[in-house]
Design a binder for this molecule. Sequence first.
Ligand SMILES: [Zn+2]
Length: 168
Amino acid sequence: MGVSYSLGIMLVPQTSDWGSNPHASTMKRTIVEFDMKALRRKSLPLKEIDDGVRTLIDDMFETVEGIGVGLSAIQVGEPVQVIVVNIENQKLALINPHLRAQSINRNKQEEGCLSLPGITKPVKRSLEVIVDYRSVDGLWEQIHATGLMARVLLHELDHLKGKLIVDY
Ligand SMILES: [Zn+2]
């Protein structure tokens, strides 16, 4: 199944040097669509953060740019615990993320998923979350998120467990 990008401006040359990417040239990866066997896999934690992981993260940012606000590695066929979020240019990469706490207060909002194009589903989620994760530098960090950021993190954390919006 083909992937259609709403922004067609980014067929990236391999020698791309734009942006502040310190790593190897980035490339868009193919998003896994409707392959339930692949999408249901549970992602494994990473033991080591090496160049391959850094490149994966750069590629994931590149892939999601302009078409979505979050992406999990499983959606580009890599069953490892890596999430990227790009909300209004607030870019965040989370390795081995762990949901530490979530608010009892929840709301229901319509969500879509890049791996299930054309499908939206109302999903009830916490309004506020605390997530622990390792940064690309290997340090343990913590994010306290609300609103859209909280929702996106919960959506992507679901992907790591093989859970999709159609399960709600
Ligand atoms: Zn999704």
